[in-house]
Ligand binder design. Structure first.
Ligand code: URA
Length: 471
């Protein structure tokens, strides 16, 4: 009796027994239907020793295709393995009707698995003894939960979660993966704390000038939209896309080429700055008109750090983004919003910190009418350290928190990975301490709710460590 539709192990035991007993496909009565397949007479088909050997590739494909909802699957698969046991080249016969069916069914399953990996959105349920728990509702086209659960297990090992589908549920708890009965959508909350940030980011990266509805639908079919938090914004974003493109045309920035007159005729800052800069205010005005590298040619202005003059903690980011470039202040765009929330959660008051960047000008690539962030090179970071060192000399922080790899390079002057520096406290030349962590925009780029929440938690923990160190 096949009791669990889509369970490969169960089908394989039955099929292996039938094969070894020499039972031809036409003599097996598989009964299909919505409730799955029933194999009659299976009590007599326990696998004898010396089971028939089959090509490994076929077993792998069968392991996936058994999840297909087509009620004929157990019987068709059995016919194929029966034939393959007698014809080792069967899989290569692409014009064979059974093989054609098998390949198409496998493709449908692999596509469904890919979509599930991409579109499961976890919602936070709560926290127990320091361990967070999440749940997600998902409606795959086929019974693929057992195929996909190990992917989520690898990715979200450090938290408890459940994925509920109409057919079954996967539960990862106490480091154990188990399966249970199917459920309903209302078992899973439909909002959570990180959702608004993700929607803000989606709105910010949505480019009205590059809307390709066909491609978008193909990649993100409409059936998944109802469970994607960002999907509710698609219709309003599309509805206003035309007007936004018009507005972008009207206010289009024209970009200078770094090799232009503007760069060649610049006045080197060193010639006049040192004497003029007596306060942080002087420094900020000097940064605004910095011409130390070609990045100034395209950016609106240099963006200096801001905050408490003698802050104990200095936070160093990478470079101003689009909003910061326009407003002339650090961390006022989407990444700034994430940072503000994390600071609050960590018990740090932004007004009592000094926030700055490793690079003072926005580096971007014009894409249509948009300005897409580009990472600064180590050369650009090293040139800009001149400013960062001056800010450090004025503020004299006891502790510097670097946000992301560019900031780490800016502060230390060395290439080191965040991973190798994170979690420990380092001492900088001059005595200040250093805590290295991720950049908040990294959190915005993570579409997986659970992963984003896990990373966010680690980020807040780094900020808490910084607060305690500087206390
Ligand atoms: N990202 C940064 O690193 N700095 C900012 O000021 C804004 C975004």
């Amino acid at each position: 009796m096949l009791t669990t539709p889509g369970d490969f192990a169960e089908w394989r035991v039955a099929a292996r027994g039938l094969l070894a007993a020499g039972v031809a496909p036409e003599d097996v009565n598989w009964r299909g239907g919505e409730d799955g397949a029933t194999l009659f007479g299976d009590d007599n088909v326990a696998p004898p020793a010396g089971a028939v050997s089959l090509p490994r590739e076929l077993l792998e494909i069968a392991g996936r295709v058994v999840c297909h909802r087509d009620a004929q699957v157990p019987a068709r698969l059995y016919r194929i393995v029966w034939r393959a046991a007698r014809d080792r080249s069967l899989l290569a016969r692409t014009t064979d009707a059974d093989i054609d069916w098998l390949r198409k069914a496998d493709k449908a399953i692999r596509r469904d698995v890919h979509k599930m990996h991409a579109f499961v959105r976890f919602r936070r349920l709560g926290e127990d003894a320091g361990r967070e728990s999440f749940a997600a509702w998902f409606e795959p086209s086929h019974r693929i939960l057992r195929l996909t659960a190990p992917f989520f297990q690898r990715r979200f090992t450090g938290m408890d979660w459940a994925i509920v589908t109409p057919d079954a549920r996967a539960i990862w708890q106490d480091e154990t993966l188990s399966y249970g009965p199917g459920g309903t959508k209302d078992e899973v909350p439909d909002r959570d704390i990180v959702e608004d940030q993700w929607r803000t980011y989606y709105g910010a990266i949505f480019n009205p000038a590059r809307v390709k509805i066909g491609a978008m639908r193909a990649e993100m079919p409409k059936k998944y939209w109802k469970n994607l938090p960002e999907a509710q914004d698609i219709a309003p974003l599309l509805a206003t896309a035309g007007a936004r493109v018009e507005r972008m045309r009207a206010t289009a920035v024209s970009l200078a080429n770094p090799q232009t007159e503007k760069w060649r005729t610049r006045v080197p800052d060193e010639l006049f700055l040192d004497d003029d800069v007596k306060t942080l205010g002087d420094l900020a005005r000097a940064v605004e008109r910095c011409t130390r590298c070609p990045l100034y040619c395209d950016a609106t202005q240099g963006v200096a750090g801001e905050g408490l003059e003698r802050a104990r903690i200095m936070l160093v980011g990478e470079q101003p983004g689009d909003q910061e470039d326009l407003q002339g202040r650090p961390f006022v765009g989407p990444a700034g919003q994430v940072l503000n929330e994390a600071l609050e959660e960590a018990g740090l008051d932004r007004k009592r910190l000094f926030l700055t960047n490793a690079v003072k000008h926005f580096k971007f690539e014009p894409r249509g009418k948009r300005r897409l962030h580009q990472n600064p090179t180590t050369g650009e970071i090293d040139i800009c350290r001149w400013w960062l060192d001056k800010e450090r000399a004025f503020v004299q922080p006891e502790l510097i928190v670097t946000l992301g790899g560019s900031a780490l390079r800016g502060v230390t002057g060395k290439s080191a990975s965040i991973k190798s520096m994170r979690g420990a406290v380092h001492e900088l030349e001059g005595g200040a301490k250093l805590v290295a962590t991720i950049h908040p925009s990294f959190l915005l780029r993570l579409p997986d709710r659970a992963r984003a929440a896990e990373e966010r938690k680690a980020f807040v923990a780094d900020l808490i460590r910084a607060r305690k160190l500087a206390a």
